[in-house]
Design a protein around this ligand. Structure first.
Ligand SMILES: [Zn+2]
Length: 280
């Protein structure tokens, strides 16, 4: 099976990350009919990030080359369990447990699921089913290539990858029936800007399922100076529960349902029906 063929057939669903209009595919690029911007397609994966991230002011974005190289070990015991134990504490859930927790929240969803900062599709690949079509976005081309290789090898047909930033998601308003954001919300430069853009592409009442970190009882994140150091040096935000609830409310979400284990936080929230962003 040609993995790229199924992806290419779906390219008509992407929108311009700037003006949000549907893109047209022509001669190996996606082009916006309004702003004339062209987005290249590399090995079946459209690339919506035209700037050079290594020059970014954001410390997370500057580390992109290292993140690209990490793609091969990301799902092995060399990475995920180590990070979970160090940051979240020894009582942190395993990757398999996290996948179960996150997928339970979107279990009844049918339709399109957005996987934000999907890495190699770690969660999205395991959630995709005949009734759930998963669209992963990430800023690391190394991670996306690894994800495409995994899905081809595992024979999962309904997972698609694109290189894009959470601040400029290349889909129309209300496109998704659910969204996942696993292991990355704490890395976004501005949490509310990221959440508002996520809410924009979700349908009213659609569910958002997140795994991130909180200042819990386990791991190094229970120490205030570690949290301050992580934010200053690595751009890692460690959320308080009431803080997260405020961010969600300010971004158009409701029904915050948190679960804390060690210092890992999983939660769900729903997009509000009537988009009244909180005033004042
Ligand atoms: Zn445009």
């Amino acid at each position: 099976m040609n993995a790229n063929a199924s992806v290419a057939g779906e390219l008509g669903i992407y929108s311009c990350p700037v003006c949000k209009l549907l893109l047209r595919q022509k001669e190996g690029v996606l082009r916006c009919p309004t702003c004339s911007q062209a987005y290249p397609i590399s090995q079946g994966v459209p690339d919506f990030i035209l700037e050079e991230l290594s020059q970014s002011k954001d410390p997370v974005l500057r580390r992109m080359r290292a993140i690209d190289r990490m793609a091969r070990i990301y799902e092995t015991r060399l990475w995920y369990p180590v990070v979970l134990n160090i940051y979240g504490g020894f009582h942190s859930p395993s990757l398999a447990q996290l996948v179960t927790t996150v997928s339970q929240k979107v279990q009844s969803t049918k339709g399109r699921v957005l996987d934000i900062a999907c890495g190699p599709g770690t969660f999205g690949r395991r959630i995709a089913s005949p009734s759930k079509e998963v669209f992963g976005i990430d800023i690391s081309s190394g991670m996306l290539r690894q994800g495409a290789a995994y899905t081809a090898k595992e024979g999962i047909p309904n997972v698609h990858f694109a290189r894009a930033r959470v601040e400029a998601i290349p889909f129309e308003d209300g496109f998704f029936d659910a969204a996942l954001c696993c292991g990355s919300l704490h890395l976004f430069a501005d949490t509310v800007i990221a959440l508002r853009e996520i809410a924009r592409v979700m349908k009213p009442e659609a569910i958002l399922s997140v795994f991130t970190f909180t200042a819990g009882r386990g791991g190094i994140l229970k120490f205030r100076h570690v949290r301050e150091w992580s934010l200053k040096n690595h751009g890692l935000h460690v959320f308080g529960l009431s803080e997260m609830e405020q961010y969600l409310s300010a971004s158009g979400f409701k029904d915050f349902q948190p679960e804390v284990s060690g210092s890992t936080l999983t939660f769900s929230a729903r997009k509000r029906s009537v988009d009244g962003l909180t005033h004042g």
